[in-house]
Design a protein around this ligand. Structure first.
Ligand code: HEC
Ligand code: HEC
Ligand code: HEC
Ligand code: HEC
Ligand code: HEC
Ligand code: HEC
Length: 234
């Protein structure tokens, strides 16, 4: 059975049980119109991908069809029916989840698996969330060093001070846009420049070689120029 058919069935059942008070639950303005196949497809059969997140982590299909949760167990109290609404609030992060907001309303280790368990990270993030120790950027120029461990463990910065506004939690992501990942952007307060502004940390227009370790430094770390794409070491 296709996802789509399952969805029709789930919806039909939910409607029959009076769980969906009106078909206007869908995003459209026409309040009482029945959802079209296209509308259902748009939220149900595909995964919801948070705008702020590299990986998709929430699936309507799992929660609505497989787990049989009603729309109003999430809408509108926990989430609005608009992708990106939670992200726009500015507090859509692990700290909020741990306090029982957003996904944390259920993912508390009781109703559903919790968010603090180190085994859980991979289920939502699709990654074991192992922090890279040192990252060496090579686009657009070789070779800029960033010590992740130093920034988190020694300097004690919160994960949310960089993720996901300044940097996505995916190695190499910033480098996919070399035309944007530039000194000009740093001077404008983006990327590293959000802190390296002469106020919160040394300014980006000073101490060039603290960040730029040069081709020699790169070769010392990675052996040869061929390992150009080896972004970092774990
Ligand atoms: C377990 C929680 C949960 C349940 C249950 C749930 N949703 Fe959602 N829904 C979400 C989340 C999370 C988003 C994304 C919100 C955000 O990004 O701020 C979303 C977004 C949406 C959107 C916006 C899609 C878009 O493209 O902008 C619609 C429409 C929607 N849901 C409809 C429904 C309907 C109809 C049901 C019941 C059949 C339902 N949802 C059940 C969590 C849920
Ligand atoms: C139930 C799903 C879920 C689980 C489990 C989960 N996360 Fe998250 N995580 C989220 C959501 C949702 C966000 C915020 C959405 C976004 O940034 O796009 C987030 C954001 C983050 C961020 C960005 C900044 C911050 O501090 O919020 C980090 C870092 C993070 N998670 C680490 C982890 C680690 C480490 C684990 C395992 C111990 C984990 N997460 C488990 C859903 C989850
Ligand atoms: C209304 C309660 C509720 C909310 C809110 C909720 N979930 Fe879930 N979720 C569940 C339940 C129940 C399960 C299945 C039980 C379990 O595995 O512990 C589940 C399972 C999952 C799974 C594993 C199944 C799969 O899809 O692979 C993931 C991942 C997940 N949720 C992510 C999220 C994220 C991300 C959010 C927030 C955007 C969220 N959930 C919000 C109730 C909820
Ligand atoms: C000072 C900024 C900063 C802080 C604070 C920070 N990170 Fe990162 N993190 C980065 C950068 C930069 C990258 C690489 C992104 C890129 O290449 O685009 C990264 C990448 C990651 C990755 C991706 C690893 C991979 O293999 O793809 C994970 C996971 C991660 N960070 C987790 C965390 C966690 C958990 C915390 C909090 C304990 C944290 N980060 C705090 C800057 C930071
Ligand atoms: C959230 C704030 C923040 C962001 C974002 C940030 N840094 Fe830092 N960084 C600091 C602070 C604070 C210090 C320590 C104070 C100082 O040295 O001025 C520091 C120190 C450093 C140092 C000197 C210590 C060392 O590792 O030798 C380097 C190099 C560095 N940062 C590079 C970077 C690079 C490259 C980026 C972007 C990929 C970046 N930082 C992003 C806050 C930040
Ligand atoms: C806080 C760390 C940091 C400092 C300090 C820094 N840079 Fe950069 N620089 C970066 C990062 C990050 C990139 C983008 C990644 C890459 O090119 O590998 C970059 C890229 C560049 C680029 C290529 C992109 C562009 O803007 O044309 C040049 C050239 C450059 N830096 C020159 C300099 C010079 C000259 C200085 C000193 C006046 C300096 N940088 C100081 C982090 C820094």
């Amino acid at each position: 059975m296709t996802i789509c058919k399952k969805l029709y069935m789930a919806l039909g059942l939910a409607a029959a049980l009076g769980l969906i008070s009106s078909a206007g639950v869908l995003a459209s303005d026409e309040k009482n119109a029945a959802p079209t196949a296209e509308e259902m497809q748009s939220w149900g059969a595909t995964e919801v991908v948070s705008q702020e997140q590299v990986d998709s982590m929430f699936s309507h299909k799992t929660h609505v069809v497989e787990l049989d949760l009603d729309c109003d167990s999430c809408h509108p109290d926990i989430f609005q029916k608009k992708i990106g609404s939670a992200a726009a609030n500015g507090d859509y992060n692990m700290a909020a989840l741990e306090e029982g907001q957003y996904c944390g309303a259920c993912h508390d280790g009781d109703t559903a698996f919790g968010v603090k368990d180190p085994e859980s990270c991979v289920t939502c993030h699709g990654s074991d969330m192992k922090q890279p120790k040192t990252i060496v950027f090579s686009e657009p120029v070789k070779a800029v060093t960033f010590n992740h461990e130093l920034h988190t463990e020694d300097l004690g910065l919160e994960c949310s001070s960089c993720h996901n506004d300044l940097f996505k939690m995916k190695m190499g992501n910033a480098e996919t846009k070399p035309e944007e990942f530039t000194m000009e952007a740093l001077y404008a307060g983006k990327y590293c420049g959000a802190c390296h502004n002469g106020d919160d940390a040394f300014a980006s227009d000073t101490k060039c070689t603290t960040c730029h370790i040069g081709v020699k430094g790169f070769e010392r770390l990675f052996g040869s120029a061929e390992s150009e794409k080896e972004g970092g070491e774990h």
